[in-house]
Design a protein around this ligand. Structure first.
Ligand SMILES: C[S@@+](CC[C@H](N)C(=O)[O-])C[C@H]1O[C@@H](n2cnc3c(N)ncnc32)[C@H](O)[C@@H]1O
Length: 203
C-alpha cells in the first residue's frame, strides 16, 4: 500500500464504506471498543484515519474536543456530512506525519488504520508522540500472530483492496520504546480474535 493508492481506493470505498464496516459485527465490535472508556468533559481526543466517522457516533461528541484526520478527502467528506452541527476539527493529514504537537491528546483512537497505512510503525510512533503523559491510545484493528501459508500467499492480493491481513501488533510495538508505553488491555472483539481492542497508556 502507498498513500496514492490508498487515496484512490478509499475514494471508491467512501460511498459504501458504512454499509460494510459500520453494521452488524463491525458495529457490535466498535461498541465494545468504546464501552468503559471514561471520557471526561473537555478531553482532547484524536481520531487517526477517522474515515466516514463511524466511531464518532459512539462518543459524546459535544462534550469532547475532537480532532479527526484522514488522508482521503472523500472519506472525510462522509464524516463531515454526519457531524455538520458539531465542532469537530476535521483535517486531511497523513497519519505517518501528524502535523500536531507533542503530548497534546488525552486519547488517541485508531480504528482499522494500522493495517491500512503504508508504515504502521511510523504511524504508531506518531500516535505515541501526540498522546500526553498518562493519556491513552485505543486501537481496534486486525492483527495476526502466526500468518498461515495461505495468508502469506494472498496477502499481496488483499493489499490491493487497501488492507493488510498479515500485520503483527507485537512486531509494531516491539520497535517502540517499551519505557514509554504500558499495555492496559488486549482482547479479541471480533471474528475469533482476528480483530482486537488494544488499550495502551503513555508513561
Ligand atoms: C479501513 S478505513 C478505517 C476508517 C475508520 N477509522 C473506521 O474505523 O471506520 C482506513 C482509513 O484510513 C485512511 N488512510 C489511509 N492511509 C492513510 C494515511 N496515510 N493517513 C491517514 N489516513 C489514512 C483511509 O482513507 C481510510 O479512511
Amino acid at each position: 500500500m502507498n498513500n496514492r493508492w490508498n487515496k484512490w481506493i478509499y475514494s471508491l470505498w467512501s460511498p459504501v464504506y458504512d454499509y460494510f464496516f459500520n453494521q452488524g459485527p463491525f458495529l457490535k465490535a466498535r461498541c465494545e471498543v468504546f464501552n468503559g472508556i471514561d471520557f471526561q468533559a473537555g478531553d482532547k481526543v484524536l481520531f487517526v484515519g477517522v474515515g466516514t466517522g463511524a466511531d464518532l457516533a459512539l462518543v459524546p461528541v459535544n462534550q469532547l474536543e475532537i480532532t479527526a484526520i484522514d488522508y482521503s478527502e472523500e472519506m472525510l467528506q462522509q464524516a463531515r456530512k454526519k457531524f455538520t452541527s458539531s465542532v469537530i476539527k476535521f483535517h486531511r493529514m497523513d497519519a505517518q506525519e501528524l502535523q500536531l504537537p507533542d503530548n497534546s491528546f488525552d486519547y488517541v483512537i485508531a480504528s482499522l488504520i494500522l493495517y491500512v497505512v503504508p508504515d504502521s510503525g511510523k504511524t504508531f510512533s506518531e500516535m505515541i508522540r501526540v498522546t500526553r503523559q498518562d493519556g491513552q491510545i485505543i486501537i481496534f484493528d486486525k492483527f495476526t500472530t502466526k500468518p498461515s501459508l495461505l495468508k502469506k500467499v494472498i496477502r499481496p492480493v488483499i493489499k490491493v483492496f487497501g488492507t493488510d491481513i498479515g500485520l503483527s501488533f507485537e512486531k509494531i510495538a516491539e520497535g517502540h520504546d517499551g519505557q514509554r508505553i504500558i499495555l492496559l488491555e488486549d482482547h479479541p472483539v471480533m471474528f475469533g480474535g482476528m480483530y482486537r481492542k488494544i488499550k495502551i497508556r503513555k508513561k
